[in-house]
Design a protein around this ligand. Structure first.
Ligand SMILES: *Cc1c(COP(=O)(O)O)cnc(C)c1O
Length: 231
């Protein structure tokens, strides 16, 4: 696992440098290891190397690996970052700490219902599709405010911020305008002072563009390839 340790050190160094550059505390940035396709044993090793936040994008895969990792360390924080079908909410509601990918009222209603059944307040992010890419999930910037207003009335859901995936590009600078838009949107929504809505989290930036994301205000970065290598 030496290469993972080296990758963690490298990424942490970049987080530190970037945070310093923009005058922010590096400890405010949470590095979520995106562990899709990664065996649970490597997830446990990664956790032992100090990464406490693990993210998955498929319900079935999360449900398979979750108990194995929990046996080792029940304090791991689980993030769900992929598209979530309404009928699968019940499978993960008791397992995850933050759902990054809420993009419809129907999904929010189901999360609220299932969270209520187990006496949980589920923290979520609203996923915004800033580039209006057909292939990507997330709601448009125009619909975001209405959706959050509706969700704010649900008792067992807490909106803690926004998430986006920038369109794929080889040049991280291409992502900057999208990250800037998401930051601005979070400020606009914060100003509305909705109940149960806190714009504390901006989940943006992946292996290719996390430095730019931090420069633009990300405090959650989702990293797969740069930690584990190409999938
Ligand atoms: C796979 C994935 C990531 C990580 O992507 P890398 O480029 O491998 O770092 C981040 N966010 C989401 C939603 C993903 O599905």
């Amino acid at each position: 696992m030496d290469f993972i340790k080296k990758n963690i050190d490298d990424i942490k160094e970049q987080i530190k440098k970037t945070s310093k550059k923009i005058g922010e505390d590096a400890n405010k940035v949470t590095l979520v290891a995106i562990t899709k396709t990664i065996p649970y044993k490597i997830m446990i090793e990664t956790n032992k190397l100090g990464i406490n936040d693990l993210g998955e994008n498929k319900v079935q895969e999360l449900c398979k690996k979750h108990p194995e990792v929990e046996k080792e360390n029940s304090k791991v924080k689980w993030h769900f970052v992929g598209h979530l079908q309404t009928n699968k909410v019940k499978n993960i509601i008791d397992k995850v700490d933050l759902i990054h990918s809420v993009d419809s009222y129907k999904l929010a209603l189901e999360i609220d219902k299932r969270a209520k059944q187990i006496n949980k307040i589920m923290d979520i992010l609203v996923q915004v599709n800033l580039a209006k890419e057909e292939s990507k999930f997330g709601i448009s910037i125009e619909e975001c405010d209405d959706l959050i207003n509706l969700i704010s009335k649900l008792q067992n859901i807490k909106v803690t911020g926004l998430m986006t995936i920038a369109p794929y590009s080889n040049n991280p600078e291409d992502s900057r305008k999208y990250f800037r838009k998401l930051k601005k949107l979070s400020i606009d929504i914060e100003a509305k002072n909705y109940d149960n809505v806190y714009m504390n989290n901006l989940s943006m930036g992946m292996s290719g563009d996390f430095v730019v994301a931090i420069e633009e205000g990300a405090n959650i970065i989702r990293i797969g390839t740069a930690l584990f290598g190409k999938r």
